[in-house]
Design a protein around this ligand. Structure first.
Ligand code: FAD
Length: 392
């Protein structure tokens, strides 16, 4: 009999939720991760008593009550509501685009005045295009919201995000640009949102409670063979084929790492966008007064500044912690050795990913799941929903 039912490669939300469900079903699991800690991209580092979102700001939001009840049964969530602010050459605007933004942009006071202003600007663009389909992101965005919103809040921010001129970006990137004619700065439309009380590590701890885990263990590294040897499995017996050797340890492998790496890049490497962070401590209890400030002009090289304490500290608690931690976010192209954050779902990459997906279908007793193995961007809640719906 094999030692484990499941060897789970990767301890992010996909792997950790899978392990939780498998344990509930009486299965034996080993979760391994190449990082020195568990939790994947929701991992937080505690600095000055503040949970710092090490892999970028994570705000949990969902309309799915089953998912919301599932996570809240593991750890209660707080009432954080995402309401980012944009800074354009020191002018401040509320996001998402709503009556507060329109009042700040044009001094309008009523929904009708705001609608008239946007319609007037959209009509100018429609006349300029003369009925032609928008050919690039710039034309698409102008047609959707008009020149003022585009130039102050979209153009340069998007160019920083993608490292390219909006005229050189395809129109499909922006399908919709929702505008709200109410005074509502809540970024999400979902019924539920928040942050786990005490931080995301509490959620991961609860999911992996009672599950065997191994950190600093790369499935593709020598340390994985060393791990197998510690279970008296000799990789040489399997011609050093790590998948076959892993199957001597566990009936099924749950793989949540990059799909191209699993297949040894045989169809080429998939492209990603990444974000790098410059994190520092500020000697003030309240640096920017909000968790998220977007910098929407080119003169500032970063896209956003995150002040982490505002995710979990409200009212007087902000001032009870004398210092604060802020992270500047810089968007860039992924190079090996960096973090793979956002898949580039263009024609070339989708075609390569499809080839890998065909191979993945043919793999026996291997489940591929999560954002890296599926080469798709998923928010946290859909990842959990997916695992809750699996037959384990
Ligand atoms: P991950 O969390 O990436 O976990 C994969 C794990 O596998 C990692 O720990 C990795 O170290 C490990 N691994 C990979 N290869 C190997 C290997 N060879 N050997 C061993 N271990 C390996 N979602 C939201 O809902 N709200 C947000 O605000 C939000 N913000 C985001 C911001 C950023 C910058 C990014 C990139 C994502 C954001 N997300 C957000 C999405 C969220 O991060 C994902 O939904 C979630 O991380 C998916 O979990 P996962 O398990 O698929 O991947």
């Amino acid at each position: 009999m094999k030692k484990y039912d499941y060897l789970i490669v990767g301890s992010g939300l996909f792997g950790a939720t899978f392990a939780y469900r498998a344990k509930q079903a009486g299965k034996r699991c080993l979760v391994m991760d190449k990082r020195p800690y568990l939790g994947g991209n929701v991992y937080c580092e505690n600095i000055e008593g503040i949970n710092v979102h090490k892999y970028g700001a994570h705000i949990f939001h969902t309309n799915n009550k089953v998912v919301w009840d599932f996570v809240n049964a593991l750890v209660p969530f707080n009432r954080y509501t995402n309401s980012p602010v944009a800074n354009f050459h020191s002018e401040l605007y509320n996001l998402p685009f709503n009556m507060n933004t329109f009042a700040q942009l044009w001094g309008v006071r009523t929904p009708d005045e705001a609608k008239a202003k946007i319609e007037e600007q959209r009509a100018d663009v429609a006349a300029m295009l003369g009925g032609a389909e928008p050919q690039n992101l710039e034309e698409q965005a102008l047609l959707l919201v008009g020149r003022d919103i585009y130039e102050k809040l979209i153009k340069e921010y998007t160019e920083k995000q993608w490292g390219r001129d909006c005229k050189d970006l395809p129109a499909f990137i922006i399908k919709r640009l929702p505008v709200r004619f109410v005074f509502d700065n809540n970024y999400f439309n979902d019924a539920y949102q928040g942050i786990p009380v005490g931080g995301y590590n509490k959620l991961i701890d609860a999911l992996l409670d009672g599950v065997e885990t191994k950190t600093n263990c790369n499935f593709f590294g020598d340390e994985f063979f060393a791990l197998l040897e510690s279970f008296n499995i000799q990789p040489s017996t399997f011609n050093h084929n790590r998948v076959q050797a892993a199957h001597a340890l566990a009936k099924t492998i749950v793989y949540t790492g990059p799909i191209d790496e699993y297949f040894d890049y045989q169809f080429g490497r998939l492209d990603w966008r990444t974000v790098t962070f410059k994190t520092r401590i500020e000697e003030t209890p309240n640096y920017q007064g909000n968790a998220v400030i977007n910098y929407t002009s080119h003169d500032v090289p970063y896209t956003r500044v995150i002040e982490h304490k505002h995710f979990e500290m409200f009212g007087q608690a902000v001032y009870d912690a004398p210092k604060t931690v802020v992270s500047e976010e810089y968007s860039s192209e992924y190079k090996p050795g960096m973090e793979q954050f956002y898949p580039v779902n263009d024609e070339r990459n989708n075609a390569i990913a499809d080839q890998y997906r065909v191979l993945a279908e043919l793999e026996k007793n291997v489940i591929f799941g999560g954002r890296l193995a599926e080469y798709k961007y998923f928010d946290m809640a859909p990842v959990i929903e997916k695992v809750l719906n699996l037959n384990i």
